[in-house]
Design a protein around this ligand. Sequence first.
Ligand code: ADP
Length: 267
Amino acid sequence: MTDPTQPFRIPAEPWYRPVADEIALFEAAHAARMPVMLKGPTGCGKTRFVEHMAWRLGKPLVTVACNEDMTASDLVGRFLLDATGTRWQDGPLTFAARHGAICYLDEVVEARQDTTIAIHPLTDNRRVLPLEKKGELLRAHPDFQLVISYNPGYQALMKDLKQSTKQRFGALDFTWPEHGVEVEIVAHETGIDPALAQKLVAIAERARNLKGHGLDEGISTRMLVHAGGLIAQGVAPLAACRMALVRPITDDPDMRDALDAAVTTYF
Ligand code: ADP
């Protein structure tokens, strides 16, 4: 029989540059089957980290990008109609729990509350998932682990995880890597010269100071990797920075001028 988790196995090591002791802590949490919350702004390495950890632990990884239209059925599963009648189809959470995968719910705060509540019985010592429509009480595979990401910056008043959800997880904080580490990441990911990567990081550091003063989010590591990628394609650094670092994050003409000016001091 073919292994249904095969498509979810990570064949080659996803390169991840550790920033602190997150690898050892995650390994311990996995061994204890503790659900883990990765907290931090978008584009700071959370997804890369979970991919790396799944590879390191030799576990399949099921990733779900959460959104506000997602229902509990999208996560848990539903009956489908086919030529022979109805057939149950596991949703990604059920699939992961049944087959012992790591289930990564990205931006879980985006999901509706009934969806978030569906994870509760899986995240306490019951480790079960009631499939009410199917009449099955699924006991999670011993290797199953739930990981969620959470951007504390987005927690608008109406949109936050309930304490009863938060308290089921151990949490790891992610933030922008320290200067030298971020230079290393940008140079490694794009192949550009570290001296050039250093300038990109310096621009991001300036922009990050503007967060809350007209910018909702700072320039992320992901954006720096984009800029470096354009430069590696032969785009002039100035144009690459405008396209990858400035234009995506603000439409405000004054803020664009301020960021463009920061770019021109380096290029
Ligand atoms: P998030 O999930 O936090 O939104 P990602 O994990 O997708 O962000 O990170 C965006 C990109 O930044 C990655 O694709 C990778 O190129 C780079 N990156 C960020 N942090 C690291 C790190 N510590 N090691 C390796 N790459 C990283």
